[in-house]
Write a protein that binds this ligand. Structure first.
Ligand code: PBG
Length: 321
C-alpha cells in the first residue's frame, strides 16, 4: 500500500517536503497617504489599515522594510479632486511628494512602487479623463498617464504600477519614460484586472467618488482568453512584471499567466479579500494568522512570485516567528 502519510508524520518532515514557501521579500505592502493629515486616519472597512500622514508614512515604511517586506506600493489621496485628475500629475501633488519622501528615507533599500492611475485624483472617480458624453477617453488618458509617469519617475519611484486598464498604457508610458531618460524605471502592468466587487473597501480608503462601475475598462470575471490576450499585449508593449488582480478568486488566472509568459507574475490580494478575513476573525470565526498564511501560500502555489497584500508586515512577522 502507498503511504503518503509517512511524509506528514512530524513537523520537521512536513517542513522538509514542503513544496511552497512564502518569503517576506516577495511581499509588497500597499500604503495610503493623504494630503493634509497630521495624524494617521483608520480606514473603517479595513481594520489595521490607515490613511497615513506624510510623517507617519515615512515611519511605517521604515518599519515595513525592517520587517523584511520586499517593497511598497503607494497610493495618494489628494485634498482636492478635479475632472482631469491633475493632482496626480503635479510634481507637488501628494503622491509625488510622498514618493520623494520615501525615496529620501529609504533610497534603494527597498522597492518603491507607485500607483499610476487617475482614479484617486478625479472628481468623477474614473481611472481616466471623460468625454462630454461621460465615457472614458482612452487616448486622452494615455497623455495624462505619460505625464504622471514622468512625474513619479522624477520623484524617485523604482516601479510604476499601471492600474488604469487603458489600452496601450504600457507602451505609452514606456515611451514617455524612455524619452525622458528613465529607461531604468520598471513597469508593473496590471495586465489582468477584473471589474471586481472585492475593491469596495479600497474605494473607502481612497475616498473614491465613483458612481457606477468600471466595466468598460476593467475585465469581465467570466473571461480567461481575454486575459491572456491582455497579458501578451502588455508584455509586447514592455511590461517588466505582470499582475493579476484580485488574487484568491482568480488563482486559475494566476496559473495561466505564469504558464504563458516568462516575466515575473504578481498577484494583488485586494482590500475585499483582506476585509473578509479580518471581519470573520474579529468575530472569532476564523483563525486570522493561519488564514493569512494559507491564502498567501495558495497564491504563491498558483504561480505568483510577488504578492501585494495589506498583511505584508504581519505576514513577515508570522513567517519569522
Ligand atoms: C486603481 C486601483 C484600485 C485598486 C488598486 N488600484 C481600485 C479600482 O480599480 O477600483 C484596488 C485595490 C484593492 O481593492 O485593494 N487605482
Amino acid at each position: 500500500m502507498e503511504r503518503p502519510r509517512r511524509l506528514r508524520r512530524t513537523a520537521a518532515i512536513r517542513r522538509l517536503v514542503s513544496e511552497t514557501r512564502v518569503h517576506p521579500a516577495e511581499l509588497v505592502l500597499p500604503m495610503f497617504v493623504k494630503e493634509g493629515l497630521s495624524e494617521p486616519h483608520p480606514v473603517a472597512s479595513m481594520p489595521g489599515v490607515v490613511q497615513h500622514s506624510r510623517e507617519s508614512l515615512r515611519k511605517a515604511a521604515v518599519e515595513a522594510v525592517e520587517a523584511g517586506v520586499g517593497g511598497i506600493m503607494l497610493f495618494g489621496i489628494p485634498s482636492q479632486k478635479d475632472a482631469g485628475g491633475t493632482g496626480g500629475i503635479d510634481p507637488g501633488g501628494i503622491l509625488n511628494v510622498a514618493i520623494r519622501d520615501l525615496a529620501s528615507e529609504l533610497g534603494d533599500s527597498t522597492v518603491i512602487m507607485s500607483d499610476l492611475c487617475l482614479d484617486e485624483f478625479t472628481d468623477h472617480g474614473h481611472c481616466g479623463v471623460l468625454r462630454a458624453d461621460g465615457t472614458v477617453d482612452n487616448d486622452a488618458t494615455l497623455v495624462s498617464y505619460a505625464e504622471m509617469a514622468v512625474a513619479q519617475a522624477t520623484a524617485g519611484a523604482h516601479v510604476l504600477g499601471l492600474s488604469g486598464m487603458m489600452d496601450g498604457q504600457v507602451g505609452a508610458v514606456r515611451k514617455a519614460l524612455d524619452s525622458n531618460g528613465f529607461q531604468d524605471v520598471s513597469l508593473l502592468a496590471y495586465a489582468v484586472k477584473y471589474a471586481s466587487a472585492f475593491y469596495g473597501p479600497f474605494r473607502d480608503a481612497v475616498e473614491s467618488s465613483l458612481e457606477g462601475d468600471r466595466r468598460t475598462y476593467q475585465q469581465d470575471s467570466a473571461n480567461v482568453r481575454e486575459s491572456m490576450r491582455e497579458v501578451r499585449l502588455d508584455v509586447a508593449e514592455g511590461a517588466d512584471i505582470v499582475l493579476v488582480k484580485p488574487a484568491l478568486p482568480y488563482l486559475d488566472i494566476v496559473t495561466r499567466v505564469h504558464e504563458t509568459v516568462d516575466v515575473p507574475v504578481a498577484a494583488y490580494q485586494v482590500s475585499g479579500e483582506y476585509a473578509m478575513v479580518e471581519a470573520a476573525a474579529a468575530n472569532g470565526w476564523l483563525d486570522r494568522d493561519r488564514v493569512i498564511l494559507e491564502t498567501l501560500t495558495s497564491i504563491k502555489r498558483a504561480g505568483a512570485q510577488i504578492i501585494l497584500t495589506y498583511w505584508a508586515v504581519d505576514a513577515a512577522h508570522l513567517l519569522r516567528a
